[in-house]
Design a protein around this ligand. Structure first.
Ligand code: AHM
Ligand code: MG
Length: 331
């Protein structure tokens, strides 16, 4: 059995002049994830369910677990000192650290500490999404410029899914591997090597209740998914959990497409580019899948602000290409 820490160290050994900083950073993320996992598992018992009483920058009610997870990831990264700044769904502004030691860190991190938080109270799987970039500024605390890099510059990304088991899936540019948490040992153990997105799939995941607000292209693609055609295994199945991490993870294993499109009311959709769409797009591509905003590759988008949103079409390559054809032809 290989642990996450051993795996990261082995990968590091192949990189000439590696200093070990990236490995330590990944390790810190793993430790914070263990704290969150512990809290998620006792959520019904501890005083962790329900709303915290504040709203985050998106105007959404923060649940207690959002706040707990956010502070654990921030603390872990600050004390680890490999990361000189962070962007989090829960913080309006860039997070920099007082600790001057952290300012020497050469990485920055964008994170959604708890994704799918509206599902916490009803025991539906939730996740953490993270992405890591090399800083662009030379020294001192990280700056917003360090975070506003296109996803194509990412060094690594991953997610932790707190599901029927807890699993960390991550990529540092050499494919996607998954580590399942073994609670009695307190370790993430390598459980899936080189995960590949099936080229075709039979699952489409979209919040269809918004149908009337979708563009003609999206509406027609949904109808295409529902048509009867044996040669392409249609009609497909609808599966929508409402936790990006869980919907993505299932589609990665089984083959499928996840869509959160723009609508007339919200042309940029709902999901956030920096800490939701970019890391997932990176993971999708590393697994042989694809991610676009309907027209452009997600990883090529130039972020302009920390909390900007983008429509997303992500998953099996042939399904995303097909959806793009509909967008191109019908808008
Ligand atoms: P979050 O605010 O908890 O990070 O939620 C974002 C979530 C995604 O996980 C999920 O895919 C989507 O929002 C669900 O949105 P909707 O309820 O509009 O279908
Ligand atoms: Mg989220």
């Amino acid at each position: 059995m290989k642990t996450l820490v051993e795996f990261i160290q082995e990968q590091q050994a192949h990189i000439p002049n590696a200093t070990g900083e990236f490995s330590r950073l990944m390790n810190d993320i793993g430790i914070a994830a263990k704290y969150v996992n512990r809290e998620v598992n006792k959520a019904g018992l501890a005083d962790i369910l329900g709303f915290e009483g504040h709203q985050n920058v998106q105007g959404e009610d923060q649940v207690k677990l959002d706040v707990f997870a956010n502070s654990h990831f921030i603390n872990a990264l600050e004390h680890g000192a490999q990361c000189c700044a962070m962007a989090s769904e829960e913080n309006e502004e860039l997070i920099t650290f007082e600790n001057s030691y952290s300012n020497r860190g050469k990485y920055v991190v964008a994170i959604d500490p708890i994704d799918g938080s509206s599902n916490v109270d009803v025991n539906v799987p939730i996740g953490t999404i993270f992405s890591i970039y090399r800083r662009k500024s030379e020294s001192g605390p990280g700056t917003i410029i360090d975070l506003l890099q296109p996803g194509s510059q990412m060094v690594a990304a991953g997610y932790v899914m707190y599901g029927s088991s807890t699993i960390m899936v991550y990529s540092a540019g050499q494919g996607v591997n998954a580590f399942t948490y073994e609670p009695s040992l307190g370790m993430f153990l390598l459980s899936h090597t080189n995960l590949r997105y099936p080229k075709d799939g039979t699952i489409y995941s979209i919040n269809e209740a918004n149908y009337i607000y979708f563009s003609e292209g999206v509406k027609r693609y949904i109808k295409y998914c529902q048509e009867d055609d044996k040669s392409t295994n249609r009609p497909y199945m609808t599966r929508y959990i409402g936790s990006l991490v869980s919907d993505f993870h299932r589609n990665l294993i089984r083959g499928g497409i996840f869509i959160y499109p723009g609508t007339k009311k919200n042309p940029n959709g709902k999901l956030r580019l920096l800490y939701e769409c970019n890391p997932m797009a990176y993971m999708a591509e590393q697994a042989g899948g694809m991610a676009t905003d309907g027209m452009r590759r997600i990883l090529d988008l130039q972020p302009e602000s920390l909390h900007q949103r983008t429509p997303i079409f992500i998953g099996s390559r042939n399904m995303v290409s097909k959806a793009s054809e509909f967008i191109e032809n019908f808008g």
